[in-house]
Design a protein around this ligand. Structure first.
Ligand code: TYM
Length: 325
């Protein structure tokens, strides 16, 4: 299977990104042809500083490597290094209606969050994401729940293109994790954990033990004191149980039994310990990688060369079919 996915280099990557996406990528790379991208062009659609972007691209590459992506097993590259992404996005825009783009939940959320920064590329964002996926004849797109709608639109665009111009694209399917597809904010467990929100709401993948302790102990819980999984009535504890389960490998049922009658504080303290231990290897690996900038650059350049070959071959077909000589 050909796998494609990506992350925007917009800030600190958190445990929601890890549990919803990256953790799955690590196992997928063993038996599939995987392509993982740092989608820098997407990161330009929300407010940013050019200096920070440069740093965030390297930091995202470090996350990929520290989390366990292996450049000998998958292609790692930066989106803007392969020009075909922007080119195909433009072409796909000619067969996509304005209504389809305006309906996207993420577009609506983002214009609410940044009313001062409603740019045309924010609306066109799903076209670039469709181009990312379709250029590589992708079979599966492993992402968190918030990206499902964009992958569904990508399928629709692929179908439409194939019908109109002749078959070029594969209809990629979304691949959601069974658990952890939507990790919630630590301060408001009714909304998703997001890296562009207040840092109190998320735990960064490289968070220090003191930060982990502070944020988990301050995480919003629910009335009552029972450790029970019930996302509607107990969204706070249910979110923490999900995080606990995914990092420990224990099922929710086992955890409910283990913490029966023990109260929120004991449960939170155990979660702090678990997170400190689980994130420690990532921190260690990051420290090592920080001094290897040349090595990281080489991986990304090599990745871009390999990606370009696939992307160019798809684009050649697209141009031919669309009458562009
Ligand atoms: P981004 O950068 O917002 O997030 C990266 C990945 O993390 C997942 N994710 C979550 N999963 C569980 N719980 C959460 N709270 C949570 N927050 C984020 C996201 O679903 C995503 O998988 N548009 C994409 C990037 C992209 C892309 C692509 C993905 C661009 N082109 C092509 C796949 C294929 C985005 O903004 O992800």
């Amino acid at each position: 299977m050909r796998i494609f996915s990506g992350i925007r280099p917009t800030g600190e990557i958190h445990i929601g990104n890890y549990l919803g996406a990256i953790k799955n990528w690590i196992s997928l790379q063993e038996k599939n042809e995987c392509i993982f991208c740092i989608v820098d062009l997407h990161a330009l659609t929300t407010p940013y500083k050019p200096k920070d972007l440069e740093k965030n691209i390297t930091e995202t590459a470090i996350v990929y490597l520290a989390a366990g992506l292996d450049p000998t097993k998958c292609i790692l590259f930066v989106q803007s290094d392969v020009k075909e992404h922007a080119e195909l996005a433009w072409l796909l825009g000619t067969i996509t209606s304005l209504g389809e783009l305006k309906r996207m939940t993420q577009f609506k959320e983002k214009i609410r969050k940044h009313p001062e920064y409603i740019n045309a590329s924010l609306l066109n964002y799903p076209l670039l994401m469709a181009a990312d996926i379709l250029l590589y004849q992708t079979d599966l797109v492993p992402v968190g729940k918030d990206q499902q709608q964009h992958v569904e639109l990508t399928r629709e665009i692929a179908r439409r293109f194939n019908r109109k111009f002749g078959k070029v694209f594969k209809e990629a399917k979304v691949l959601l994790p069974k658990m952890g597809a939507r990790i919630m904010s630590l301060q408001d467990p009714r909304k998703k954990m997001s890296k562009t929100d207040d840092p109190k709401e998320y735990i960064e993948l490289f968070a220090k033990p003191t930060e982990i302790r502070k944020k988990i102990m301050a995480a919003v819980t629910d009335p009552g004191k029972e450790i029970k999984y019930n996302p509607t009535k107990k969204p706070g504890i249910s979110n923490l149980l999900t995080i606990f389960s995914l990092f420990s490998g224990k099922s929710i049922k086992e955890l409910e039994k283990e913490f029966k009658g023990k109260g929120y504080e004991r449960f939170k303290k155990s979660l702090v310990k678990l997170l400190i231990n689980s994130l420690e290897p990532f921190r260690r690996k990051r420290k090592e990688l920080l001094s290897r900038e040349v090595y990281i650059k080489e991986i990304l350049q090599k990745g871009a060369r390999r990606a370009r070959i696939i992307a160019q071959s798809t684009m050649q077909e697209v141009r031919k079919k669309m009458g562009l000589i």
